[in-house]
Design a protein around this ligand. Structure first.
Ligand SMILES: NC(=O)c1ccc[n+]([C@@H]2O[C@H](COP(=O)([O-])OP(=O)(O)OC[C@H]3O[C@@H](n4cnc5c(N)ncnc54)[C@H](OP(=O)(O)O)[C@@H]3O)[C@@H](O)[C@H]2O)c1
Length: 262
């Protein structure tokens, strides 16, 4: 897709990856509707962009706010060429320590609300006969990590949904991309995750690098991208030989456990 003069609805625009994406997409000539929780931050971001953009507060878990967002998106953008789901929450904790509320919220923010937003946005995109839905997953959505159980599960579900929808929409003109970054230096990862990442020598990308790869996925109309080596190779190994990955993670689990208990 040529991004010049494209209309993009970006969820999670205030985030580390979201704000880097906003900057890079705007520089390519896209018009953006920036959606997230903090209105002031969204307004400030909109002012830094090279192309017209507008920020709108939305709690993606609330049906009435999603509906208002889509009305505004169609009004402001005309049509949605690209819908990017880059909001997310994460807990790095033993499964037993996660509250039922946090478990529910993680699925609502990472999985259920993006799915419902896509369902509401699709009729207009299908009527236009073009467009792309971009779901930001994670390497943890293919390799399930201890102490990230619910986050991993929410991204596994998002990956499955993206694959099914892509196959369902095949030939409609509306594409579906699932992009899985590896660990990235953003506020999503608190000090404990960062310390664990260092102790286990986890590769960490900058949000700018991840955003550049997501932009390329959109420009090239790619269905799937797993970012980083050797992580994307490990995704294949985990698929073919999960016991091998069990063994590799057994050693790391002890280190991870020390950081996962606050
Ligand atoms: N960072 C990583 O290591 C990493 C790795 C792989 C995949 N990812 C994925 O990449 C995406 C972006 O993550 P990030 O690293 O940029 O995280 P981030 O900096 O924490 O940004 C996440 C954004 O989600 C928004 N958000 C949270 N709850 C929301 C809600 N109920 N309604 C609307 N927006 C909500 C937040 O909005 P406000 O800022 O306005 O509060 C925040 O800007 C996520 O899907 C994440 O799972 C991240």
């Amino acid at each position: 897709m040529n991004l010049q003069d494209s209309n993009i609805l970006l969820l999670g625009a205030n985030g580390g990856i979201g704000s880097a994406l906003a900057t890079q997409l705007s520089a390519k000539g896209a018009r953006l509707l920036l959606a997230g929780l903090g209105q002031q931050q969204l307004d400030e971001l909109a002012q830094t962009l090279s192309n017209p953009a507008r920020g709108i507060h939305v709690d993606i878990t609330r049906a009435e706010e999603r509906s208002k967002l889509l009305d505004l998106a169609l009004d402001y953008l005309g049509n949605i060429d690209v819908l990017i789901n880059a909001a997310g929450v994460l807990d790095f904790l033993p499964f037993a320590d996660l509250s039922p509320e946090r478990i529910e919220l993680t699925f609502r923010v990472n999985t259920l609300s993006p799915i419902l937003l896509i369902q509401a946005a699709l009729p207009a995109m299908q009527a236009a006969g073009k467009g792309r839905i971009v779901n930001i997953g994670s390497i943890f959505g293919s390799i399930a990590f201890p102490y990230f159980s619910i986050y991993s599960a929410s991204k596994f579900a998002l990956r499955g949904f993206s694959e099914a929808l892509r196959r369902e929409l095949d030939g409609s003109g509306v594409g579906v991309s699932y992009v899985a970054p590896r660990a990235t230096r953003t506020p999503l990862n608190d000090a404990r995750v960062m310390a664990m990442g260092e102790a286990t020598r986890m590769n960490m990308d900058t949000p700018e690098r991840v955003a550049a790869q997501i932009v390329r996925v959109i420009e090239r109309d790619r269905d799937e991208a797993y970012l980083g080596q050797p992580e994307s190779l490990f995704v294949r190994i985990n698929h073919l030989m999960p016991r091998l990955v069990d063994r590799a993670l057994r050693g790391q689990r002890r280190i991870m456990e020390a950081f996962a208990r606050p």
